[in-house]
Design a protein around this ligand. Structure first.
Ligand SMILES: [Mn+2]
Length: 188
């Protein structure tokens, strides 16, 4: 069931990220750069972020019997901050020197609020989220632009993320129940 949940939650991310492998590799590179002095690369312009967790996986029993796996790009626990690298690819028609703000792209994303809520189970009280974006050209050969946005994560945001998760998990568990009643012992 853990695996099923993982896949379900992973699906949103897969849909969001068209070039999964590219993003993955770039994330790994950024993680390596971050390890050099435990700081975020300077070119993002975010100032000093004391990284406490880089790409650390968490498994949290968020509801009875429901374990959720997730891996934030980075945490700065001393600043109560969660951060996420984003790779934005140039659209077909190009940007023409006008880059959309990172916030305009991710303002409706629930991902970091949801992670922030999950981290309360680990006694890491997140109060802020930070998106750091690289804007790549269409061919993915160069970075044309950087942008970042830092926003508060309130108790209300975390509550909304929790509320967002509940019907999804219920639907999933109801689906699993149907399979069980039909006599399947395991879902493949
Ligand atoms: Mn990321």
């Amino acid at each position: 069931m853990e695996r099923v949940l993982e896949e379900r939650f992973g699906q949103r991310k897969k849909l969001e990220l068209e070039a999964f492998d590219f993003g993955r590799t770039r994330h790994e590179m950024l993680e390596e750069e971050g390890k050099v002095d435990n700081k975020v690369p300077e070119y993002f312009g975010v100032g000093e972020i004391p990284i406490s967790h880089a790409e650390q996986g968490f498994a949290i029993e968020a509801f009875p019997g429901v374990i959720i796996h997730f891996t934030p790009d980075l945490l700065a626990a001393s600043e109560f901050l969660i951060a996420d690298y984003k790779m934005v690819r140039e659209p077909k028609d190009g940007w023409d020197g006008k880059f959309p703000s990172l916030w305009s792209i991710y303002k409706d994303s629930i991902q970091l609020d949801f992670y922030a809520w999950l981290l309360t189970f680990k006694k890491i009280p997140i109060k802020e989220k930070l998106y750091m974006g690289e804007y790549w050209n269409r061919d993915r050969t160069e970075i044309l632009h950087h942008d970042f946005v830092r926003k508060p994560v309130t108790i209300v945001d975390k509550g909304k993320a929790r509320a967002w998760a509940i019907p999804r998990i219920e639907r999933l568990m109801a689906g699993i129940q149907v399979y069980r009643e039909a006599g399947y012992s395991e879902i493949k």
